[in-house]
Design a protein around this ligand. Structure first.
Ligand code: NAP
Length: 479
């Protein structure tokens, strides 16, 4: 790979700057276990600077810009992202160990998200309402002000774009906080967006730890909305803190998504494609189909094909284009996953394959297929966020749906059948915000994405996301 320039400072008011404390934090390349750069880390004083300047940028220009001008700027941002896609992809691979071919796709997805919202600006419409007393009544979708966007480390660049693009398109300013493990592509986004014409202060990027600046950001009086993607536990904490000022929140949280395969489906295709639906991104995916329900009649041949396809996955150096699974993001994350595997061993689950460290260096783990996992076991119930799947047979549709919906999560899932009536019946009953039939896709830029139950609140993507960054105002004009 060609060497890339690494961002090492916060991106505030249109320029890279040191943090006020001068503190820095080392990033470790998960593929080599070597530190490779030190990045400035923000504290509460930097949060203040970022939010207050964003508020000024909002009041003195951004909120009053014409939709046409905002459209032009966001298309420029998209163009700039497309021009710098390779650099963005390489940064993503360096800091989180994402396979470069996936990182390239996700860099393109980020640009596509900006294009979509640049075009969607003129779709943000109000209504005219024929009220009983006559006169003229209409609604306006107004921007909120400064939005805090807090994103995780598993899809750092695309999720930063999912939040920044619709928030900016609907006329807000954004303070973006990437995860401590993955600040590089968010900082790059700030730099490129500014170079593309976004005025200074409209998109601020604060690298820094959630423990150090999370509360200060969420509780800041000038923050009007928090758009968060991450764990359910931190989402709950944010919601509690936001409730004090009745701040708006949207939360995209964890998942334990089902993959349901009926005997009448093209089950061989399901078996061959399903491993990547759980092991993609080394299982560090909120939509990972980590519970596979297979109808009893096809269970044995399904397992055989599923395990064979899993063993063929190429685990290794994320810089190589042929790699499908890179390392886990950190040694801590690998230890979390290994603790789940140890629990499965203790409880007598069968390992059909995987679960070992394949390389001496790098936080790698072979993808593990677990059978005979008890429905009360941790591996079945909890989000593992690593390359582990539990596969179980089912006989009765009603009982299977009870087991599917017993999870407190409800984010995504797949359903495989060639019976249309069954597909629609079961799709209605699965408690999740996203579901795909005879496929494993979860995310479409143009369609709403988000969860039921403990998987979240509100929606990213589609026009729903833009509406979520506005307040609805009703205006009445007397005759
Ligand atoms: P996390 O620990 O909740 O962190 C997410 C973000 O929140 C990071 O930027 C983190 O900063 C920050 N944070 C931590 N403590 C905070 C606090 N007290 N106040 C405000 N922000 C705080 O989650 P993660 O380990 O990064 O990501 C994994 C989780 O995200 C999984 O549960 C996964 O399912 C979920 N996820 C969901 C979606 C979705 O769309 N539904 C997508 C991706 C991931 P630091 O990194 O500095 O701690």
């Amino acid at each position: 790979m060609t060497p890339v320039r690494l961002p090492t400072q916060l991106f505030l008011n249109g320029a890279y700057r040191e943090s006020s404390s001068g503190r820095r934090c080392s990033l470790i390349n998960p593929a080599t276990e070597e530190p490779f750069v030190e990045v400035a880390t923000a504290d509460a004083a930097d949060v203040n600077t970022a939010v207050e300047s964003a508020q000024r940028a909002w009041e003195t220009g951004w909120r009053d810009l014409t939709p046409g001008k905002r459209t032009e700027i966001l298309f420029n941002v998209a163009r700039m992202l497309r021009e710098q896609m390779e650099e963005i992809a390489q940064l993503e691979t360096l800091h989180i160990g994402k396979p470069i071919s996936d990182a390239r796709d996700e860099a393109a997805l980020g640009a596509r998200v900006f294009e979509y919202y640049a075009g969607a600006i003129t779709q943000l419409c109000g209504e005219t309402i024929p009220v009983a007393r006559g006169g003229f009544d209409f609604t306006l979708r107004q921007p909120m002000g400064v939005v805090a966007a807090i994103v995780p480390w598993n899809f750092p660049f695309p999720i930063a774009c999912w939040k920044a693009a619709p928030a900016l398109a609907s006329g807000n300013c954004v303070v973006l906080k990437p995860a401590s493990l993955s600040p590089l592509t968010a900082l790059k986004l700030g730099e490129l967006a500014h170079a593309a014409g976004l005025p200074a202060g409209v998109l601020q990027v604060l690298a820094g730890s959630g423990a150090a600046i999370g509360d200060a950001l969420v509780a800041h009086q000038q923050i009007r909305k928090i758009s968060f993607t991450g764990s359910t536990a931190i989402g709950q904490r944010i919601m509690e803190l936001a409730a004090r000022d009745l701040k708006r929140v949207s939360l995209e949280l964890g998942g334990k998504s089902p993959n349901i395969v009926f005997a009448d489906a093209d089950w061989a295709r399901a078996a061959e494609t399903s491993p990547m639906s759980v092991f993609g991104n080394t299982g560090q995916d909120c939509c990972a189909r980590s519970r596979v329900f297979v109808e009893r009649g096809i269970y044995d041949p399904f397992i055989e094909r599923f395990v064979a396809a899993t063993k063929k996955l190429r685990v290794g150096d994320p810089a190589k284009p042929e790699t499908q699974l890179g390392p886990l993001v950190s040694s801590g994350q690998r230890e979390v996953v290994e603790a789940f595997l140890a629990d499965a061993r203790k409880r007598g689950s069968q390992f059909a394959c995987g679960g070992r460290r394949p390389h001496a260096r790098g936080y790698y783990l072979e993808p593990a297929v677990l059978l005979d996992v008890g429905k009360d076991d941790r591996c079945w119930r909890e989000e593992i966020f690593g390359p582990v799947v539990c596969v179980a047979p089912f006989e009765d549709e009603t009982q299977m749906l009870r087991d599917v919906n017993a999870s407190p999560y409800g984010l995504s899932g797949s359903l495989w059948t060639n019976d249309l009536r069954k597909a629609l019946r079961v799709a209605r009953r699965v408690e999740s915000g996203v579901l795909s039939i005879n496929s494993h896709s979860s995310v479409h830029t143009e369609a709403p994405f988000g969860g039921f139950k403990h998987s979240g609140l509100g929606r990213d993507l589609g026009t729903a996301a833009m509406e979520g960054y506005t307040e609805l105002k009703n205006v009445y004009v007397a005759e």
